[in-house]
Design a binder for this molecule. Structure first.
Ligand code: KG4
Ligand code: ZN
Length: 372
């Protein structure tokens, strides 16, 4: 089955053509991230306008890339050939979502294709289900914390039940996945998401005004000796529940940074980044371990933008070894937002809405990971 996936939940406009949920034929992505760097955070209205501007060029680009692989010669032939169109319906920014949802509805109507609504957070899980690309999956980041792959797709009893950890800019969720479409919520953040905490600390340190996770991670990697080890709190690490809280950690980091303004010594930027990163990862690993031990799981699946973090990837793989459980971490290119995993999620959770019932599909910015 050939699915055209569309993702416009925030500041990325993405489209991809994927076969049987596993084989990426083509993908295209445009982002307005740079604009939001200059305003110190995403401006929803600006993001939505950029979605509108990028939507058609991205769609054309992905179809042109996919055409020769399908033995076709143009854009329209690809749209006629696909079996279904999939679109992210939430969570996300309403203006951005509306562009993708209504654009996808127009395409589904014009080409008489079923439309499959996809939950963006569920989409992140499917970064683990795609087959490796022959060339680009061996990038330098993956060398340090290599992607692992769910290689035995025909034998899903080796995967499920799986424990899923989603760590993105807006969400941090632990979920028990008994199979495709069968998700049980275990816990999540009660305030800031892990990615949000990374971004806010990067802003405090003057590293980045918008998405700072990779920059914190880079600075942390340059720290040779963390003399600040244990100075920041690991919120809720010993609590019985599976919830997270990163807001207090963010405030403690701010206080730590401020404490240097009254000292003669310069701000130890790399050490602060290192200690902050370890504090976040300590909590994520501890809660994942607790949930893994309490549930009879066969694998742990990681997803969301923060899953590009090398420290988290490495320690989760270590946890898998310790527990004797298979751990899948997606390749770096499938960690942050894209349409490839949206098309994959649509295949594995196939709930098509026919072209004459498109009113049933609505953008829903507040969707949680277990919401349909
Ligand atoms: O999943 P995603 O692309 O967008 C959302 O759905 O939110 O996640 C973006 C988040 C941002 O907060 C970004 O700073 C974070 O992922 N991120 C990282 C890294 N790469 C991206 N956080 C920590 N370390 C990284 N290497
Ligand atoms: Zn995301």
């Amino acid at each position: 089955m050939i699915i055209l996936g569309i993702e416009t939940s925030c500041d990325e406009t993405a489209a991809a053509v994927v076969v049987d949920g596993r084989e990426e034929l083509a993908s295209s992505l445009a982002t307005s991230e740079e604009l939001h760097q200059s305003t110190g955070g995403v401006v929803p209205e600006v993001a939505a306008r950029k979605q509108l501007e990028f939507f058609v060029p991205v769609l054309e680009d992905v179809c042109i890339k996919a055409a020769p692989k399908l033995g076709l010669s143009n854009y329209t032939e690809v749209l006629n050939k696909v079996d279904a169109i999939a679109v992210t319906v939430g969570p996300g920014l309403i203006g951005s979502l509306l562009v993708g949802v209504n654009g996808a509805k127009a395409l589904a109507f014009a080409h008489n294709k079923p439309l499959v609504p996809v939950n963006h957070l569920v989409g992140h899980i499917y970064g683990n289900f795609l087959r490796p690309l022959q060339h680009s999956d061996s990038n330098s980041s993956d060398h340090i914390a290599p992607a692992t792959y769910l290689d035995n797709f025909s034998n899903e009893e080796n995967i499920f039940p799986a424990l899923v950890l989603i760590v993105s800019g807006g969400h941090t969720d632990l979920v028990l996945m008994k199979g495709h479409g069968s998700l049980e919520y275990l816990g999540g953040t009660v305030d800031d998401a892990a990615g949000e905490a990374f971004d806010k600390v990067a802003r405090m340190l003057g590293l980045s005004s918008y998405l700072g996770g990779p920059l914190i991670s880079k600075a942390a990697a340059e720290c040779r000796h963390n003399s600040l080890l244990g100075q920041l709190p690991r919120p809720k690490i010993a609590d019985e529940d599976y919830d997270f809280s990163f807001s207090g950690l963010k405030t403690a980091t701010k206080n730590l940074i401020n404490s240097y303004s009254s000292k003669d010594s310069p701000l130890p930027l790399n050490e602060i980044c290192c200690e902050f990163e370890i504090a976040v990862v300590d909590v994520l690993i501890a809660k994942t371990k607790k949930a893994a031990q309490a549930n009879n799981i066969k694998s742990i699946l990681l997803g969301g933008g923060v899953s590009a973090n090398k420290q988290l990837r490495t320690r989760l793989l270590g946890l898998g070894q310790e527990l004797g459980v298979f751990v899948s971490v997606p390749p770096i290119r499938l960690c942050t937002d894209n349409a490839i995993y949206i098309a994959s999620a649509a295949y594995y959770n196939y709930r098509p809405v026919s072209a004459d019932k498109l009113d049933l599909i609505k953008a829903n910015p507040g969707l949680g990971i277990v919401d349909q």
